[in-house]
Design a protein around this ligand. Structure first.
Ligand SMILES: Nc1ncnc2c1ncn2[C@@H]1O[C@H](COP(=O)(O)OP(=O)(O)OP(=O)(O)O)[C@@H](O)[C@H]1O
Length: 604
């Protein structure tokens, strides 16, 4: 998108307040005309004062006061009108800034997880704030300055030809030269400005990345290296920025020089025309005022173009996100089936992230309501992708997923997700109170329901130990809680939602043995009466699953109950042997993890 079509789109954002916006444009037109009338009336006053009366007496105040009064009237009107325009423009810009921010916020929250997997959340926040504030400045400058400048340059400047075409031609030549110099500088700086923006983005993303990984930076003693890397980017940024600044300095010098030259030319040419009786002194004064005013407008216009180019990368990034369409969307005939029973079937499902390699290939299985299905297999074998297809993070490229016999693409997305509770590997809690975090599962949950969910999730004790109980605010991503406490809260949250289908995506993999045992109890409660899918690396945790699906390279290579699979002596049996049947070697190999497995192995 070119810079000017970008600007056009930014102005188009005002369409929600079209009446006020058009009113401000008309007010600008009137204001620009009044500002042009002032020098003309001033020139008239000079002419009246220098015009001798027939009796040779000097012109008195009586002869000139109506013109002076009109001049003062226009001046006063301009001040009041400019104030009214400024105030309303300010209000409009503030209102619209909040509107576009809210639109961006809603849109980003609706974008699929596959989009969020590839974009840094800090970058999205920055883009929302910077994009909206760039728009705010552009709207404000449009109504306060650019609209009046546009009218002055394209309507009133040609109109001066009717006033005195000779002096008007000088003004037009000056504006023409100014335009050429600016266009040249824009051409020269276009590529450089793009480079500046690239370095700016690199600077922001490097800093964001480092801030997000402070523990790693400190423990790996990388502070110096990270600072050095930031300085290198800063040096590149400065190297690209300096030539751009030099070119814009050329514009400033050219504008000052052309201002002085134009005033001088009007003065000299005007003096010659005056000696030939072709202009009056008042007209010369009028045109000198015109020139000064136009130069002011041109300087404003250059400042604006410079600002627009500098903001273009931010605006593009803002609109790129806003234009990203969710890959999964509601089918026009999609329905809300209410609460589902939870009979899930995958029928020949395949999915590819990059349209080259299949992450999941021809996966078929079914689960009756209330059954527990475990997905196991080596890392990267397609387990999370398979379950992502169940709650429609993305849609299959082949095959279909059904619930209660209905293709999930025929179910409204909100309705589908209301029926599926997901406990993520990373608990993902909000920097809000424990209660607010739990209520995300069910906004209108009663105190008794909250208590019951906490009890089932084995979370009641630690919550009551918090300084403010349920009111305790748990910090960014729940950092003031331990990993196990966070995980139990996320299970309680899912339990409050009370969906017929539950998905546990490696919910216990990062926990110690004691916590894992507590969470196992919570999981057992959470799965009762629901169709449950569990991704697990520790096979002890899926001992009681109704069916285990063993994944390899995106395909199901074995399926059956724990005992059947162990008896079969295939891939699962090998994995189980490594984890459960040789606890001694595990103990030696993996310390605490080994002990956990051994303990669980014994309990099986
Ligand atoms: N967002 C993504 N973009 C591109 N490829 C992806 C993405 N997510 C996963 N993949 C690829 O798809 C394949 C399956 O990944 P998936 O996460 O489903 O495996 P997994 O069995 O759940 O692994 P793990 O046990 O390590 O979580 C892998 O090769 C992975 O690299």
């Amino acid at each position: 998108m070119s810079v000017f079509s970008l600007y056009w789109r930014v102005l188009g954002e005002l369409r929600g307040h079209a009446k006020l916006a058009y009113g401000l444009v008309v007010a600008n037109l009137v204001l620009a005309a009044a500002q042009f009338a002032e020098p003309m009336l001033f020139g008239k006053i000079i002419d009246l004062m220098t015009h001798e009366q027939p009796n040779g007496a000097p012109v008195g105040l009586r002869e000139i006061w109506p013109t002076v009064a009109a001049w003062a009237g226009f001046g006063l009107f301009s001040i009041v009108a400019a104030m009214a325009v400024g105030l309303n423009a300010d209000r409009l810009a503030h209102r619209c800034r909040l509107v576009v921010m809210a639109r961006y916020f809603d849109h980003v929250l609706n974008l699929p997880l596959s989009f969020h997997a590839n974009v840094h959340s800090g970058r999205l926040l920055q883009s929302m704030l910077e994009g909206a504030s760039a728009m705010f400045s552009l709207w404000l400058s449009f109504f306060r300055e650019n609209c009046a400048s546009f009218i002055a340059l394209f309507i009133l400047l040609p109109a001066t030809l009717f006033y005195n075409w000779r002096l008007a031609s000088l003004l037009i030549v000056m504006v023409g030269i100014f335009y050429l110099v600016t266009a040249l500088v824009l051409r020269r700086t276009d590529a450089l400005q793009a480079l500046v923006e690239r370095h700016n983005a690199a600077l922001a993303s490097h800093a964001g990345d480092a801030f997000g990984n402070v523990p790693v930076v400190q423990s790996f003693t990388r502070v110096h290296n990270e600072s050095q890397a930031l300085r290198r980017i800063s040096d590149d940024l400065l190297a690209a920025q300096l030539p751009v600044l030099s070119w814009w300095a050329v514009v400033v010098v050219a504008s000052r020089a052309s201002a002085t030259m134009t005033v001088l030319a009007i003065f000299l040419y005007g003096a010659r025309l005056h000696s030939e009786g072709l202009v009056t002194v008042g007209e010369i004064v009028t045109f000198i005022n015109f020139a000064t005013m136009l130069i002011g407008r041109l300087e404003q216009a250059v400042g604006f173009v410079n600002f627009l180019f500098a903001q273009s990368a931010r605006l593009r990034e803002f609109y790129t996100t806003l234009d990203t369409r969710p890959m999964v969307d509601d089918h026009p005939n999609a329905i809300d089936p209410g609460r589902l029973l939870g009979a899930v079937a995958f029928e020949g499902v395949s999915y590819s992230y990059d349209a080259k390699r299949m992450a999941v290939r021809n996966v078929s299985f079914s689960a009756e309501p209330g059954e527990t299905i475990a997905l196991v297999g080596s890392t990267g074998s397609g387990k999370s992708t398979t379950l992502g297809l169940l709650h429609r993070i993305f849609d299959p490229v082949e095959g279909r997923v059904t619930i209660d016999g209905r293709d999930i693409r025929d179910i409204q997305l909100d309705a589908l997700r209301r029926n599926i509770g997901v406990v993520f590997q990373e608990p993902m809690l909000f920097a809000r109170s424990i209660e607010e975090n739990l209520r995300i599962g069910k906004t209108d949950a009663s105190s008794a329901e909250i208590e019951a969910a906490l009890e089932l999730a084995q979370a009641k004790d630690f919550v009551s130990r918090q300084s403010n109980g349920l009111e305790t605010v748990i910090g960014e991503r729940g950092r003031s809680l331990s990993g196990g406490e966070r995980q139990r809260l996320s299970i309680a949250r899912a339990l409050l939602k009370d969906p017929p289908i539950m998905v546990f995506d490696e919910a216990t993999s990062a926990l110690d043995a004691t916590t894992e045992r507590q969470i196992q109890k919570a999981l057992a409660a959470a799965t009762k009466g629901r169709t449950t899918f569990v991704i697990a690396h520790r096979l002890a945790t899926v001992r009681n699953a109704d069916r285990i699906l063993v994944f390899d390279h995106g395909e199901i290579v074995e399926s059956g109950s724990f005992d059947d699979l162990v008896k079969k002596g295939g891939r699962f049996a090998t994995l189980a042997a490594a984890q459960l049947l040789t606890p001694e070697s595990d103990r030696a190999d993996s310390g605490e993890g080994g002990r956990a497995i051994a303990t669980l192995g014994e309990s099986l």
